[in-house]
Design a protein around this ligand. Structure first.
Ligand code: GLN
Length: 531
């Protein structure tokens, strides 16, 4: 029998409902496995061993109670253990964003996502690793550890939600939440052989999520299968008055749509494949994987349409101006006074690490003499010691792009390109219902391979970034595996990206489920976890 750790959320839910297992048993299984495997895998930054065990027991009590009453309110996530990217605030728990500058920051309140998960009685296993402030595509930019890919521990899990994707793929949790600013849910999901869904901008509240680039950031699930991703989305989607960019969308019950998905729905579906997505740089096996899926969809009655997204080539440049500009402004708040780390001049052993805001003010008065230099030095020293290289690079790029005299040449131009990209998609969706293509140009690359070459790292986002610029929903599902002669690595998962019109998660998930059944990835391939 498959182990409990390997089951999906919907399978675990059935077992819990029929009282064939308990949340305590499921949770302890995960905690045990985390203890064994995560020493090497590094998918977690923090594991809440005692909290998770206690929460699972409480949930079991709750399950018993509702079983004995007529009230059958038993949400899918009841008793289900999840990992959460360390970018979501969770009251009373550390949120570091994988940065030294927030090393000991304790969240004073809950993000809307974690609040909703709590209302669904989930079990919090811990915080997953990520690139510092979600800037990166490999999780190598974490200030604390590098997560490995469970399919090959010499390789990266992708990023920035690499810890989330690795923990789901290595059965160290039942599912996870990440964030996606330019691909950070879809790309790691693709590299780790799991499902990652980036919802329409505004569908999931950003309240209580550490901001990177506010016009692009969106939270979403990373899951073992398509139905689980819909279950997780159901739990967190919806309007939130605390987030000014939250929208009053007509939210559907996506898990019901996935459960009803049927092959017959493909008949007459117009599926577009952008020619710019199949260009130079794309791994040959990924290309043939897409051709195969295209043929299978055609056999089911889909109409395949070659489309063009002519401005794709400019998306990376536009993104790296917009995202860095917004980041330079969002990250201004880490000044060494209001949050976390404050570094003392010329006295490295004398850094002050204060849990949250106000107590730092006390430190300002009571700290060592070295701390009572002028305000600017406190800012400079804290930011120099607290931020990693990639974060510094982006703050500098963004500050430059927004500065007087350069604003029109960079930020304004990038904003205009964003409009063109939105129009590219609008035109495309005038012709087709959905778009398919690769999630990433190659399967998982080696740790260190791109670490010193930011440009080649940025290029790995070529297929995901335009989706964020256009505020659209998209997801990545595992669609195949690389062969033994693949020059970019053998036996590694390939991800298929499905992009939908604004707020069309229903059609996207339905089609994803049908393709998932066609590919049958989980039955055919599993990572070898004997490391
Ligand atoms: N890899 C992209 C970047 O480095 C996207 C990151 C993200 O989506 N958070 O910015």
């Amino acid at each position: 029998m498959t182990s409990l750790n390997n089951l999906t959320i919907h399978e675990l839910h059935e077992l819990l409902k029929n009282q064939e297992t308990t949340s305590a048993e499921i949770t302890n299984n995960y905690l045990e496995k985390i203890k064994q495997k995560d020493v090497l895998l590094n998918s977690y930054l923090y594991v809440d061993y005692t909290g998770a065990a206690a929460q699972a027991e409480q949930t079991d009590e709750y399950i018993k109670k509702i079983k004995n009453s007529t009230n059958s309110d038993f949400p899918y996530l009841t008793g289900i253990p999840l990992s959460i990217k360390d970018i979501f605030l969770m009251k009373g728990k550390k949120t570091t964003c994988a940065s030294k500058i927030l090393e000991n920051f304790i969240s004073p309140y809950d993000s809307t996502v974690t609040k909703k998960l709590k209302e669904n009685n989930f079990v919090f296993l811990g915080k997953s690793n990520m690139d510092e402030f979600a800037m990166g595509s490999s999780t190598e930019n974490s200030a604390f550890k590098t997560t490995k890919n469970p399919w090959d521990i010499k390789r990266v899990p992708g990023g920035s939600s690499g810890g989330s994707a690795a923990s789901v793929s290595a059965d160290l949790c039942a599912g996870s939440f990440g964030t996606d600013t330019g691909g950070s849910i879809r790309q790691p999901a693709s590299l780790c052989g799991v499902v990652g869904l980036k919802p329409t901008y505004g569908m999931v509240s950003r309240y209580g999520i550490v901001a990177f680039s506010s016009s692009l950031d969106q939270a979403g699930p990373i899951a073992k299968d398509v139905l689980d991703s819909a279950i997780l989305l159901d739990a967190v989607a919806g309007f939130d008055g605390f987030d000014q960019t939250s929208r009053k969308f007509k939210i559907k019950k996506y898990s019901d749509i996935v459960k009803k998905a049927d092959k017959s729905k493909i008949k007459g579906l117009k599926v577009g494949i952008p020619k710019e997505f199949l260009s130079e740089g794309l791994d040959n096996e990924i290309l043939s994987n897409i051709q195969e899926i295209k043929n299978n969809l055609r056999e089911l009655g889909a109409e395949i349409v070659e489309i063009s997204l002519p401005d794709t080539a400019y998306s990376i440049a536009a993104y790296y101006v917009i995202a860095t500009s917004e980041a330079s402004s969002n990250l201004e708040r880490y000044d060494g006074i209001r949050y976390g780390l404050r570094s003392a001049k010329n006295s490295p052993g004398n850094d002050i690490n204060s849990p949250i805001g106000l107590s730092n003010l006390d430190n300002l008065n009571n700290g060592s003499p070295a701390n009572r230099t002028n305000l600017e030095e406190i800012y400079i020293n804290s930011r120099t010691a607290g931020f990693g290289n990639e974060v510094k690079r982006r703050i500098m790029l963004g500050t430059f792009a927004l500065s007087a005299g350069y604003y029109d040449a960079y930020y304004k131009k990038a904003a205009l390109i964003r409009k063109l990209i939105i129009k590219n998609y609008k035109d495309a969706f005038g012709k087709v219902d959905l778009i398919i293509g690769p999630t990433s140009p190659t399967a998982a690359f080696l740790i260190g391979e791109k670490a010193n070459d930011p440009l080649s790292m940025y290029l790995s986002d070529i297929y995901t970034i335009s989706v964020n610029l256009a505020y659209l929903p998209a997801m990545s599902i595992p669609s195949g595996i690389t062969g033994k002669n693949n020059p970019n690595g053998a036996g590694l998962p390939i991800g298929l990206q499905i992009i939908a019109p604004w707020c069309s998660e229903d059609k996207m998930l339905e089609t994803a489920k049908i393709i998932e059944d066609m590919v049958d990835f989980r039955k055919k391939y599993q990572p070898d976890l004997n490391f």
